[in-house]
Design a protein around this ligand. Structure first.
Ligand code: NDP
Ligand code: GDR
Length: 372
Protein backbone atom coordinates (compact mmCIF):
# COMPACT_ATOMS: atom_id res chain seq x y z
CA UNK A 1 0.00 0.00 0.00
CA UNK A 2 1.48 3.36 -1.04
CA UNK A 3 1.29 6.46 1.11
CA UNK A 4 0.63 9.90 -0.38
CA UNK A 5 0.81 13.34 1.17
CA UNK A 6 -1.29 16.08 -0.43
CA UNK A 7 -0.83 19.77 0.36
CA UNK A 8 -3.90 21.81 -0.62
CA UNK A 9 -6.16 18.82 0.11
CA UNK A 10 -9.09 21.11 0.98
CA UNK A 11 -8.97 22.71 -2.49
CA UNK A 12 -10.65 21.66 -5.72
CA UNK A 13 -7.83 19.45 -7.01
CA UNK A 14 -6.82 18.13 -3.58
CA UNK A 15 -10.30 16.77 -2.99
CA UNK A 16 -10.52 14.95 -6.35
CA UNK A 17 -6.98 13.63 -6.03
CA UNK A 18 -7.67 12.30 -2.52
CA UNK A 19 -10.70 10.41 -3.87
CA UNK A 20 -8.69 9.00 -6.76
CA UNK A 21 -5.80 7.82 -4.56
CA UNK A 22 -8.15 6.25 -1.99
CA UNK A 23 -9.85 4.37 -4.84
CA UNK A 24 -6.41 3.11 -5.88
CA UNK A 25 -5.77 1.79 -2.38
CA UNK A 26 -3.39 4.51 -1.13
CA UNK A 27 -3.13 5.73 2.42
CA UNK A 28 -3.80 9.43 2.01
CA UNK A 29 -2.52 12.19 4.29
CA UNK A 30 -3.46 15.79 3.75
CA UNK A 31 -2.26 19.15 5.02
CA UNK A 32 -5.04 21.50 6.04
CA UNK A 33 -4.77 25.03 7.39
CA UNK A 34 -6.32 26.06 10.64
CA UNK A 35 -9.16 28.48 9.87
CA UNK A 36 -11.72 30.24 12.04
CA UNK A 37 -14.51 28.58 10.08
CA UNK A 38 -14.81 25.17 8.42
CA UNK A 39 -12.67 24.75 5.31
CA UNK A 40 -13.11 21.01 4.72
CA UNK A 41 -16.42 21.01 2.82
CA UNK A 42 -14.84 19.44 -0.26
CA UNK A 43 -13.46 16.47 1.68
CA UNK A 44 -15.99 15.98 4.49
CA UNK A 45 -17.54 13.04 2.59
CA UNK A 46 -14.25 11.09 2.72
CA UNK A 47 -13.24 11.99 6.26
CA UNK A 48 -12.88 8.96 8.51
CA UNK A 49 -13.29 8.65 12.23
CA UNK A 50 -9.67 8.39 13.39
CA UNK A 51 -10.68 5.86 16.07
CA UNK A 52 -11.63 3.25 13.47
CA UNK A 53 -9.44 0.18 13.02
CA UNK A 54 -8.35 0.86 9.43
CA UNK A 55 -7.82 4.52 8.84
CA UNK A 56 -6.45 5.42 5.43
CA UNK A 57 -7.33 9.11 5.36
CA UNK A 58 -5.63 11.48 7.84
CA UNK A 59 -5.43 15.25 8.05
CA UNK A 60 -2.58 17.25 9.59
CA UNK A 61 -2.65 20.90 10.50
CA UNK A 62 -0.01 22.74 8.55
CA UNK A 63 1.01 25.60 6.34
CA UNK A 64 3.45 25.95 3.46
CA UNK A 65 4.94 29.03 5.09
CA UNK A 66 6.10 26.96 8.08
CA UNK A 67 9.25 24.90 7.37
CA UNK A 68 9.40 23.08 10.69
CA UNK A 69 5.79 22.03 10.39
CA UNK A 70 6.34 20.72 6.85
CA UNK A 71 9.45 18.79 7.89
CA UNK A 72 7.62 17.25 10.87
CA UNK A 73 4.65 16.15 8.74
CA UNK A 74 6.88 14.62 6.05
CA UNK A 75 8.88 12.83 8.73
CA UNK A 76 5.72 11.46 10.35
CA UNK A 77 4.07 10.37 7.10
CA UNK A 78 7.17 9.05 5.24
CA UNK A 79 5.30 9.46 1.95
CA UNK A 80 5.99 7.55 -1.26
CA UNK A 81 4.46 10.46 -3.16
CA UNK A 82 3.94 14.12 -2.34
CA UNK A 83 1.50 16.20 -4.38
CA UNK A 84 2.23 19.87 -3.70
CA UNK A 85 -1.10 21.47 -4.60
CA UNK A 86 -1.24 24.04 -1.79
CA UNK A 87 -1.15 27.61 -3.08
CA UNK A 88 -2.73 31.01 -3.04
CA UNK A 89 -4.16 30.20 -6.45
CA UNK A 90 -6.10 33.33 -7.46
CA UNK A 91 -4.29 35.35 -10.12
CA UNK A 92 -6.14 38.64 -9.50
CA UNK A 93 -5.74 38.38 -5.71
CA UNK A 94 -1.98 37.81 -6.18
CA UNK A 95 -1.67 41.47 -7.22
CA UNK A 96 -3.02 42.41 -3.77
CA UNK A 97 -0.75 40.08 -1.76
CA UNK A 98 2.37 39.54 -3.89
CA UNK A 99 4.75 38.87 -0.99
CA UNK A 100 2.47 36.26 0.55
CA UNK A 101 2.04 34.50 -2.79
CA UNK A 102 5.82 34.43 -3.30
CA UNK A 103 6.18 32.85 0.14
CA UNK A 104 3.49 30.18 -0.27
CA UNK A 105 3.62 29.37 -3.99
CA UNK A 106 7.35 29.96 -4.51
CA UNK A 107 9.26 29.28 -1.29
CA UNK A 108 6.58 26.81 -0.17
CA UNK A 109 7.69 24.54 -3.02
CA UNK A 110 11.29 24.82 -1.85
CA UNK A 111 10.20 23.89 1.68
CA UNK A 112 8.66 20.64 0.40
CA UNK A 113 11.76 19.74 -1.61
CA UNK A 114 14.09 20.61 1.26
CA UNK A 115 12.01 18.60 3.75
CA UNK A 116 12.45 15.51 1.59
CA UNK A 117 16.19 16.19 1.23
CA UNK A 118 16.81 17.00 4.90
CA UNK A 119 15.05 13.79 5.93
CA UNK A 120 17.08 11.73 3.46
CA UNK A 121 13.98 10.63 1.55
CA UNK A 122 15.30 11.58 -1.92
CA UNK A 123 15.23 7.97 -3.11
CA UNK A 124 11.86 7.07 -1.57
CA UNK A 125 9.64 10.10 -2.11
CA UNK A 126 8.37 11.26 -5.51
CA UNK A 127 7.18 14.85 -5.76
CA UNK A 128 4.53 16.40 -7.99
CA UNK A 129 4.62 20.19 -8.27
CA UNK A 130 1.44 22.01 -9.37
CA UNK A 131 2.83 24.22 -12.10
CA UNK A 132 0.57 26.23 -14.36
CA UNK A 133 -0.15 27.59 -17.83
CA UNK A 134 0.15 31.05 -16.22
CA UNK A 135 3.92 30.56 -16.68
CA UNK A 136 3.47 31.21 -20.42
CA UNK A 137 1.73 34.54 -19.97
CA UNK A 138 -0.14 34.16 -23.26
CA UNK A 139 2.54 35.68 -25.50
CA UNK A 140 1.60 34.89 -29.11
CA UNK A 141 5.21 34.63 -30.35
CA UNK A 142 6.01 31.90 -27.80
CA UNK A 143 3.59 29.32 -29.19
CA UNK A 144 4.89 26.31 -31.11
CA UNK A 145 4.41 25.68 -34.83
CA UNK A 146 0.92 24.26 -34.10
CA UNK A 147 -0.05 27.52 -32.38
CA UNK A 148 -0.04 25.86 -28.94
CA UNK A 149 2.07 26.05 -25.78
CA UNK A 150 4.10 22.94 -25.08
CA UNK A 151 6.88 21.75 -22.76
CA UNK A 152 9.47 23.75 -24.77
CA UNK A 153 7.61 27.06 -25.06
CA UNK A 154 9.33 29.98 -23.28
CA UNK A 155 7.79 31.40 -20.10
CA UNK A 156 6.70 35.01 -19.55
CA UNK A 157 4.57 35.24 -16.37
CA UNK A 158 2.19 38.20 -16.14
CA UNK A 159 1.26 38.25 -12.44
CA UNK A 160 2.83 37.85 -8.98
CA UNK A 161 1.16 34.41 -8.99
CA UNK A 162 2.87 33.47 -12.26
CA UNK A 163 6.19 34.85 -11.02
CA UNK A 164 5.98 32.83 -7.79
CA UNK A 165 5.00 29.67 -9.66
CA UNK A 166 7.93 30.07 -12.05
CA UNK A 167 10.25 29.81 -9.05
CA UNK A 168 8.38 26.67 -7.99
CA UNK A 169 8.82 25.26 -11.50
CA UNK A 170 12.56 25.87 -11.71
CA UNK A 171 13.41 24.83 -8.16
CA UNK A 172 11.59 21.53 -8.75
CA UNK A 173 13.55 20.98 -11.95
CA UNK A 174 16.78 22.00 -10.21
CA UNK A 175 16.30 19.53 -7.34
CA UNK A 176 15.63 16.80 -9.89
CA UNK A 177 18.90 17.57 -11.67
CA UNK A 178 21.03 18.44 -8.62
CA UNK A 179 19.96 15.66 -6.25
CA UNK A 180 18.53 13.10 -8.65
CA UNK A 181 15.13 13.42 -7.01
CA UNK A 182 11.95 12.19 -8.71
CA UNK A 183 10.41 15.66 -8.84
CA UNK A 184 8.08 16.63 -11.70
CA UNK A 185 6.11 19.63 -12.86
CA UNK A 186 2.63 19.23 -14.25
CA UNK A 187 2.03 22.39 -16.31
CA UNK A 188 -1.73 22.32 -16.04
CA UNK A 189 -4.03 24.57 -18.02
CA UNK A 190 -7.27 25.79 -16.41
CA UNK A 191 -9.43 23.02 -15.02
CA UNK A 192 -12.80 23.45 -13.43
CA UNK A 193 -15.60 21.47 -11.78
CA UNK A 194 -18.61 21.88 -9.50
CA UNK A 195 -16.01 22.16 -6.70
CA UNK A 196 -14.21 25.12 -8.30
CA UNK A 197 -13.74 28.11 -5.97
CA UNK A 198 -16.62 30.58 -6.31
CA UNK A 199 -14.43 33.51 -7.40
CA UNK A 200 -12.87 31.86 -10.46
CA UNK A 201 -14.65 32.90 -13.62
CA UNK A 202 -16.32 29.61 -14.64
CA UNK A 203 -17.85 28.91 -11.23
CA UNK A 204 -18.79 32.55 -10.78
CA UNK A 205 -20.66 32.30 -14.08
CA UNK A 206 -22.42 28.98 -13.38
CA UNK A 207 -23.49 30.03 -9.87
CA UNK A 208 -24.78 33.39 -11.09
CA UNK A 209 -26.53 31.85 -14.10
CA UNK A 210 -28.39 29.45 -11.81
CA UNK A 211 -29.26 32.26 -9.39
CA UNK A 212 -30.48 34.56 -12.19
CA UNK A 213 -32.56 31.80 -13.76
CA UNK A 214 -34.19 31.06 -10.40
CA UNK A 215 -34.89 34.72 -9.70
CA UNK A 216 -32.32 34.96 -6.89
CA UNK A 217 -29.92 37.42 -8.58
CA UNK A 218 -30.40 40.33 -10.99
CA UNK A 219 -27.12 40.73 -12.81
CA UNK A 220 -23.69 39.12 -13.14
CA UNK A 221 -20.70 41.50 -13.07
CA UNK A 222 -17.60 40.30 -14.87
CA UNK A 223 -14.23 41.60 -16.04
CA UNK A 224 -12.50 40.82 -19.34
CA UNK A 225 -14.91 38.81 -21.50
CA UNK A 226 -12.35 38.62 -24.30
CA UNK A 227 -9.90 36.40 -22.45
CA UNK A 228 -9.55 32.90 -23.89
CA UNK A 229 -8.83 29.83 -21.82
CA UNK A 230 -8.20 26.13 -22.44
CA UNK A 231 -10.67 24.63 -19.95
CA UNK A 232 -10.76 20.99 -18.85
CA UNK A 233 -12.34 19.04 -15.98
CA UNK A 234 -10.42 18.78 -12.67
CA UNK A 235 -11.28 15.06 -12.37
CA UNK A 236 -9.41 14.35 -15.60
CA UNK A 237 -6.48 16.53 -14.55
CA UNK A 238 -5.85 14.84 -11.19
CA UNK A 239 -5.64 11.53 -13.06
CA UNK A 240 -2.81 13.09 -15.10
CA UNK A 241 -1.01 14.17 -11.88
CA UNK A 242 -1.02 10.60 -10.65
CA UNK A 243 0.20 9.26 -13.99
CA UNK A 244 3.11 11.72 -13.99
CA UNK A 245 4.44 10.16 -10.77
CA UNK A 246 4.04 6.56 -12.05
CA UNK A 247 6.54 6.95 -14.91
CA UNK A 248 10.03 5.38 -14.97
CA UNK A 249 11.70 8.74 -15.52
CA UNK A 250 10.87 12.07 -13.88
CA UNK A 251 9.81 14.67 -16.47
CA UNK A 252 7.58 17.71 -16.86
CA UNK A 253 4.27 17.54 -18.75
CA UNK A 254 1.70 19.92 -20.21
CA UNK A 255 -1.87 18.90 -19.36
CA UNK A 256 -4.45 20.62 -21.54
CA UNK A 257 -7.40 20.03 -23.86
CA UNK A 258 -5.85 21.79 -26.87
CA UNK A 259 -8.90 23.99 -27.41
CA UNK A 260 -9.55 27.52 -26.30
CA UNK A 261 -12.81 29.38 -25.61
CA UNK A 262 -13.71 33.01 -24.92
CA UNK A 263 -15.06 33.86 -21.48
CA UNK A 264 -18.09 35.38 -23.28
CA UNK A 265 -18.77 32.02 -24.95
CA UNK A 266 -18.58 30.23 -21.62
CA UNK A 267 -21.27 32.67 -20.44
CA UNK A 268 -23.45 31.78 -23.44
CA UNK A 269 -22.96 28.05 -22.85
CA UNK A 270 -23.93 28.35 -19.18
CA UNK A 271 -27.08 30.38 -19.89
CA UNK A 272 -28.03 28.00 -22.72
CA UNK A 273 -28.22 25.23 -20.08
CA UNK A 274 -31.17 27.04 -18.47
CA UNK A 275 -32.79 27.86 -21.81
CA UNK A 276 -31.71 31.50 -22.02
CA UNK A 277 -30.08 33.03 -25.10
CA UNK A 278 -27.57 35.71 -24.35
CA UNK A 279 -26.97 38.45 -26.88
CA UNK A 280 -23.94 40.66 -26.27
CA UNK A 281 -24.35 44.33 -27.18
CA UNK A 282 -22.04 47.31 -26.94
CA UNK A 283 -19.06 48.81 -28.69
CA UNK A 284 -15.87 48.39 -26.65
CA UNK A 285 -15.63 45.08 -24.90
CA UNK A 286 -14.07 46.37 -21.75
CA UNK A 287 -16.10 49.52 -21.28
CA UNK A 288 -18.18 49.95 -18.19
CA UNK A 289 -21.82 49.39 -19.01
CA UNK A 290 -21.13 46.93 -21.81
CA UNK A 291 -24.31 44.89 -21.81
CA UNK A 292 -25.56 41.44 -22.47
CA UNK A 293 -29.23 40.91 -22.70
CA UNK A 294 -31.55 38.02 -22.52
CA UNK A 295 -33.49 37.66 -25.77
CA UNK A 296 -35.28 34.44 -25.01
CA UNK A 297 -37.03 34.88 -21.71
CA UNK A 298 -37.26 31.66 -19.80
CA UNK A 299 -37.81 31.36 -16.07
CA UNK A 300 -38.39 34.71 -14.38
CA UNK A 301 -36.44 36.97 -16.74
CA UNK A 302 -38.22 39.52 -18.88
CA UNK A 303 -37.21 40.04 -22.52
CA UNK A 304 -34.16 42.24 -23.07
CA UNK A 305 -33.22 42.49 -19.41
CA UNK A 306 -29.54 43.18 -18.79
CA UNK A 307 -28.13 40.17 -17.00
CA UNK A 308 -24.40 40.67 -17.65
CA UNK A 309 -22.43 43.84 -17.01
CA UNK A 310 -18.76 44.74 -16.94
CA UNK A 311 -17.19 45.91 -13.72
CA UNK A 312 -13.60 47.15 -14.20
CA UNK A 313 -12.68 46.05 -10.67
CA UNK A 314 -12.25 42.57 -12.16
CA UNK A 315 -9.67 43.69 -14.74
CA UNK A 316 -6.08 42.72 -13.98
CA UNK A 317 -3.12 45.14 -14.13
CA UNK A 318 -1.55 42.74 -16.65
CA UNK A 319 -3.75 40.14 -18.32
CA UNK A 320 -3.07 36.78 -19.94
CA UNK A 321 -5.20 37.11 -23.07
CA UNK A 322 -5.05 33.66 -24.57
CA UNK A 323 -4.04 30.20 -23.37
CA UNK A 324 -4.10 26.98 -25.35
CA UNK A 325 -1.97 23.95 -24.52
CA UNK A 326 -0.49 21.07 -26.50
CA UNK A 327 -1.29 17.76 -24.75
CA UNK A 328 0.63 15.62 -27.28
CA UNK A 329 3.33 14.51 -24.80
CA UNK A 330 0.88 13.68 -22.00
CA UNK A 331 -1.35 11.74 -24.38
CA UNK A 332 1.47 9.71 -25.92
CA UNK A 333 3.77 9.23 -22.92
CA UNK A 334 1.28 9.12 -20.07
CA UNK A 335 -1.57 7.55 -22.04
CA UNK A 336 -3.76 10.31 -20.60
CA UNK A 337 -7.22 10.54 -22.14
CA UNK A 338 -9.65 13.12 -20.73
CA UNK A 339 -13.21 11.87 -20.29
CA UNK A 340 -14.90 15.28 -20.30
CA UNK A 341 -15.18 17.94 -23.01
CA UNK A 342 -16.15 21.57 -22.36
CA UNK A 343 -19.84 20.94 -23.06
CA UNK A 344 -19.90 18.11 -20.51
CA UNK A 345 -18.08 20.26 -17.97
CA UNK A 346 -20.53 23.16 -18.33
CA UNK A 347 -23.49 20.78 -18.10
CA UNK A 348 -22.19 19.23 -14.88
CA UNK A 349 -21.35 22.58 -13.29
CA UNK A 350 -24.75 24.04 -14.19
CA UNK A 351 -26.67 21.01 -12.91
CA UNK A 352 -24.77 21.19 -9.64
CA UNK A 353 -25.26 24.94 -9.20
CA UNK A 354 -28.96 24.81 -9.99
CA UNK A 355 -29.32 22.28 -7.21
CA UNK A 356 -27.15 24.40 -4.93
CA UNK A 357 -29.16 27.59 -5.53
CA UNK A 358 -32.45 25.70 -5.06
CA UNK A 359 -31.23 24.33 -1.73
CA UNK A 360 -30.09 27.78 -0.58
CA UNK A 361 -33.45 29.22 -1.62
CA UNK A 362 -35.33 26.58 0.34
CA UNK A 363 -33.14 27.11 3.40
CA UNK A 364 -33.76 30.86 3.19
CA UNK A 365 -37.52 30.28 3.06
CA UNK A 366 -37.43 27.85 5.99
CA UNK A 367 -35.28 30.20 8.07
CA UNK A 368 -37.56 33.15 7.41
CA UNK A 369 -40.62 31.07 8.36
CA UNK A 370 -39.19 30.03 11.74
CA UNK A 371 -40.14 32.25 14.61
CA UNK A 372 -37.04 32.19 16.86
P1 NDP B 1 -7.63 25.90 -4.74
O1 NDP B 1 -7.50 27.36 -4.58
O2 NDP B 1 -8.98 25.28 -4.89
O3 NDP B 1 -6.92 25.16 -3.51
C1 NDP B 1 -5.73 25.64 -2.97
C2 NDP B 1 -5.38 24.83 -1.74
O4 NDP B 1 -4.18 25.35 -1.18
C3 NDP B 1 -6.44 24.89 -0.63
O5 NDP B 1 -6.51 23.65 0.00
C4 NDP B 1 -5.85 25.93 0.30
O6 NDP B 1 -6.31 25.81 1.63
C5 NDP B 1 -4.39 25.57 0.21
N1 NDP B 1 -3.49 26.63 0.69
C6 NDP B 1 -3.56 27.95 0.44
N2 NDP B 1 -2.59 28.60 1.09
C7 NDP B 1 -1.89 27.66 1.77
C8 NDP B 1 -0.80 27.72 2.68
N3 NDP B 1 -0.23 28.87 3.01
N4 NDP B 1 -0.34 26.55 3.20
C9 NDP B 1 -0.95 25.38 2.90
N5 NDP B 1 -2.01 25.27 2.07
C10 NDP B 1 -2.46 26.41 1.52
O7 NDP B 1 -6.70 25.50 -5.99
P2 NDP B 1 -6.87 24.30 -7.05
O8 NDP B 1 -7.27 23.09 -6.34
O9 NDP B 1 -7.67 24.79 -8.19
O10 NDP B 1 -5.38 24.17 -7.59
C11 NDP B 1 -4.44 23.29 -6.97
C12 NDP B 1 -3.04 23.72 -7.34
O11 NDP B 1 -2.87 23.69 -8.75
C13 NDP B 1 -2.66 25.13 -6.92
O12 NDP B 1 -1.29 25.11 -6.59
C14 NDP B 1 -2.88 25.95 -8.17
O13 NDP B 1 -2.07 27.10 -8.16
C15 NDP B 1 -2.46 24.96 -9.24
N6 NDP B 1 -3.09 25.09 -10.54
C16 NDP B 1 -4.47 25.13 -10.64
C17 NDP B 1 -5.06 25.17 -11.88
C18 NDP B 1 -6.55 25.21 -12.03
O14 NDP B 1 -7.01 25.56 -13.13
N7 NDP B 1 -7.32 24.84 -11.03
C19 NDP B 1 -4.25 25.19 -13.12
C20 NDP B 1 -2.83 25.11 -12.87
C21 NDP B 1 -2.29 25.06 -11.63
P3 NDP B 1 -7.69 26.50 2.13
O15 NDP B 1 -8.79 25.59 1.66
O16 NDP B 1 -7.53 26.55 3.60
O17 NDP B 1 -7.76 27.85 1.47
P1 GDR C 1 -7.07 32.25 -14.22
O1 GDR C 1 -8.58 31.92 -13.82
O2 GDR C 1 -6.70 33.64 -13.91
O3 GDR C 1 -6.90 31.80 -15.63
O4 GDR C 1 -6.26 31.31 -13.22
P2 GDR C 1 -9.85 32.84 -13.58
O5 GDR C 1 -11.02 31.96 -13.69
O6 GDR C 1 -9.69 33.66 -12.36
O7 GDR C 1 -9.80 33.85 -14.84
C1 GDR C 1 -9.90 33.39 -16.18
C2 GDR C 1 -10.09 34.59 -17.11
O8 GDR C 1 -11.38 35.15 -16.91
C3 GDR C 1 -11.27 36.56 -16.86
N1 GDR C 1 -12.39 37.12 -16.09
C4 GDR C 1 -12.61 36.95 -14.79
N2 GDR C 1 -11.95 36.23 -13.85
C5 GDR C 1 -12.45 36.22 -12.59
N3 GDR C 1 -11.84 35.48 -11.66
N4 GDR C 1 -13.56 36.93 -12.24
C6 GDR C 1 -14.25 37.67 -13.13
O9 GDR C 1 -15.24 38.31 -12.81
C7 GDR C 1 -13.76 37.67 -14.48
N5 GDR C 1 -14.19 38.27 -15.62
C8 GDR C 1 -13.36 37.91 -16.58
C9 GDR C 1 -9.91 36.80 -16.20
O10 GDR C 1 -9.47 38.13 -16.44
C10 GDR C 1 -9.07 35.72 -16.88
O11 GDR C 1 -8.60 36.19 -18.11
C11 GDR C 1 -6.67 29.98 -12.97
C12 GDR C 1 -6.27 29.63 -11.52
O12 GDR C 1 -6.83 28.39 -11.19
C13 GDR C 1 -4.75 29.55 -11.40
O13 GDR C 1 -4.42 29.06 -10.11
C14 GDR C 1 -4.22 28.58 -12.45
O14 GDR C 1 -2.82 28.50 -12.38
C15 GDR C 1 -4.65 29.05 -13.83
O15 GDR C 1 -6.08 29.09 -13.87
C16 GDR C 1 -4.18 28.09 -14.93
Amino acid sequence: MKTALITGITGQDGSYLAELLLEKGYKVHGVKRRASSFNTQRIDHIYQDQHQAHVNFTLHYGDLTDSTNIIRIVQEVQPDEIYNLGAMSHVKVSFDSPEYVANVDGIGTLRILEAVRILGLEKKTRIYQASTSELYGGLAENKNEKGLYDEHSPFYPRSPYGAAKIYGFWITKNYREAYNMFACNGILFNHESPRRGETFVTRKITMATAAIALGEQECLYLGNLDAQRDWGHAKDYVEAMWRILQQDVAEDYVIAMGQTTYVRDFVKMAFAEVGIDIEFKGEGVNEKGYVASCSNPAHQIELGKQVIAIDPQYFRPTEVDLLIGDPTKSKTQLGWVPKYDLAGLVKEMMASDILYVKKEKMLKEVRSSINY
